[in-house]
Ligand binder design. Structure first.
Ligand SMILES: Cc1cc2nc3c(=O)[nH]c(=O)nc-3n(C[C@H](O)[C@H](O)[C@H](O)COP(=O)(O)OP(=O)(O)OC[C@H]3O[C@@H](n4cnc5c(N)ncnc54)[C@H](O)[C@@H]3O)c2cc1C
Length: 397
């Protein structure tokens, strides 16, 4: 009798149509889409919500159609509509149009690819002539040999607010969120059993959107993906003259595709969340363990940004005023993973968003929902299939 009383409390098994693991942007939108299809859905999150330990926290993200590949630009067409639909449903503002200034050496392949994709897909774009540049974009020095254009459809998404909104809408549709419950085991089968630190749940299908912890969760279902987790230093820089780079003064988001300081992209958002500070980050970082993110103290990216800002943004103090942390989970080709488990077709995976997945949240949610229901996905998912990694590793042998 005493023995029974001392046992930790385990709730009885709860049955759902679908369980989603991970309440970041991708898991939250997937759960919301499932609930919209009247599926009884459970969204499990290891930390108490909201939290700042994954990849979806922070006040802002860039949304844009400017991409090197057509398939992302095509998906963004519908995605803008889905963001607007969520805004209407919840009566909340999630997007602010600012435009995206893209700068890069005339001959840089990435710059040319972005320019061509925008033009081919008839995205409203303004090509800025060097002689007019400072009239349109004051307080920025365009590097010698660089060209510039503006994707006028681009802007800022209010990220924290978006996450809260989509989770709230999911709950309004009858969805269940259980936070503070880390998934510790998964038993595949026609009915999948998921165990957490405090419960056991069963469902006809499972979606794994565990961000930087994807491989830890996937180890329970015998799968490992080539994912690299990196820590990103999220740097905010002080305006020397308040308002020079402000969202209210119509300063755009920007993307520097290549420059003498950096091989990878540098990107920035106008001053918005912290008055007088603009966010400028380097699009790569140093490898980290997601549970020990803040042990990673490499500052080489910050030093590189300081040199770039001193040269190209003369209106900013070239020393970050605030540095926060976030993580990317990067695939070798930087394209997402949106696919079914190779053995268990009722287990679906959304992973490897490689530092550019937030804007796609609504469409990723729709696609993962379709895959989990055995439906034909709305888009060609071949760039996102798991087998592309296997094909590459076989070719390398
Ligand atoms: C600094 C920075 C800037 C960015 N800028 C942009 C941008 O401008 N535009 C853009 O489109 N994208 C941007 N991104 C990328 C975008 O934010 C990410 O691609 C996206 O947030 C990834 O979402 P996710 O749901 O996959 O991961 P996460 O948000 O990390 O969610 C995964 C969740 O799973 C939970 N989890 C993990 N393991 C378990 C477990 N065992 N049990 C239960 N729960 C678990 C985690 O706690 C976490 O909450 C940026 C990212 C960063 C870091």
């Amino acid at each position: 009798m005493l023995c029974v009383l001392n046992k930790p409390k385990m709730s009885t098994k709860e049955d759902y149509d679908c369980i989603v693991i991970g309440a970041g942007v991708q898991g939250s939108f997937t759960a919301y889409q499932l609930a919209k299809q009247n599926k009884k859905t459970l969204l499990l999150e290891q930390f108490i919500l909201p939290h700042t330990r994954g990849s979806s926290h922070g006040q802002t993200r860039i949304i844009r159609k400017a991409y090197e590949q057509d398939f992302y630009t095509h998906m963004m067409e519908e995605c803008y509509q889905l963001w607007a639909q969520l805004e209407r449903e919840a009566d909340v503002k999630l997007y602010r149009r600012t435009g995206l200034l893209v700068m890069g050496p005339e001959k840089a392949p990435d710059y040319q690819l972005i320019k061509n994709t925008l033009q081919r897909n008839l995205v409203p774009t303004v090509i800025l002539k060097r002689e007019d540049f400072s009239q349109h974009i004051p307080h920025v020095n365009l590097s010698d040999g660089d060209e510039a254009l503006v994707d006028t459809t681009a802007g800022v998404l209010y990220a924290d607010r978006a996450l809260k909104t989509v989770q709230g809408q999911f709950q309004k549709l009858g969805g269940v969120i259980k936070d503070g419950q880390k998934v510790t085991d998964i038993k595949p089968g026609p009915v999948v059993t998921v165990s957490t630190s405090s419960g056991v749940y069963r469902a006809k299908s499972l979606v794994i959107t565990a961000g930087a912890w994807a491989n830890t969760v996937l180890s329970h279902v015998g799968l490992q993906l080539p994912l690299q987790v990196v820590r990103i230093n999220v740097c905010y820089w002080k305006e020397k003259l308040p308002g020079s780079y402000d969202v209210k003064c119509r300063f755009p988001c920007f993307l520097q595709v290549e420059c003498k300081e950096a091989k990878d992209h540098i990107y920035g958002l106008p001053s918005n969340e912290y008055p007088g500070l603009i966010k400028v980050c380097y699009h790569t970082g140093s490898e980290t363990d997601p549970d020990e993110r803040d042990k990673q103290t490499d500052r080489s990216d910050i030093e590189l940004l300081q040199r770039y800002i001193a040269r190209c943004f003369p209106g900013l103090v070239p020393e970050p005023a605030v540095v926060e942390s976030c993580m990317y989970t990067v695939t070798p080709d930087r394209h997402f993973v949106l696919d079914c488990h190779p053995t268990y077709s009722n287990i679906v995976i959304g992973a490897g968003f490689s530092g550019h997945g937030f804007k796609f949240g609504p469409i990723v949610g729709k696609l993962l929902c379709e895959l989990s229901q055995g439906e034909v996905p709305s888009y060609d998912l071949s760039p996102f299939r798991i087998r592309r990694f296997q094909a590459k590793s076989k070719a390398a042998l």
